[in-house]
Design a protein around this ligand. Structure first.
Ligand code: SF4
Ligand code: SF4
Length: 70
């Protein structure tokens, strides 16, 4: 089972005034709350990397880990 961790660096992120990742993500992983962009549903990420490629401040990191089914 593949697990995905998405790290959003709030020091780099421009928040709601950007919001590109939230707009572009096909599976609605991100949410906009007040002026911040949050990683709301990383379990829906399908590793298309659109958000990484379009983020203007390189605020996102995606880590793929192999989880063990128990
Ligand atoms: S695309 Fe980057 S800078 Fe823009 S809201 Fe998303 S993480 Fe923040
Ligand atoms: S890699 Fe694709 S599916 Fe995953 S969070 Fe980014 S835009 Fe969404």
């Amino acid at each position: 089972m593949i697990m995905v961790e998405i790290a959003l660096d709030h020091a780099k992120c421009k928040g709601k005034e950007c919001g590109i990742c939230a707009y572009i993500c096909p599976t609605n992983v991100f949410a906009i709350k007040d002026s911040e962009v949050l990683v709301n549903s990383p379990q829906y990420c399908k590793l298309c990397y659109e958000c990484l490629e379009t983020c203007p401040t390189a605020a996102l990191k995606i880590k793929k880990t192999e989880g063990n089914c128990v």
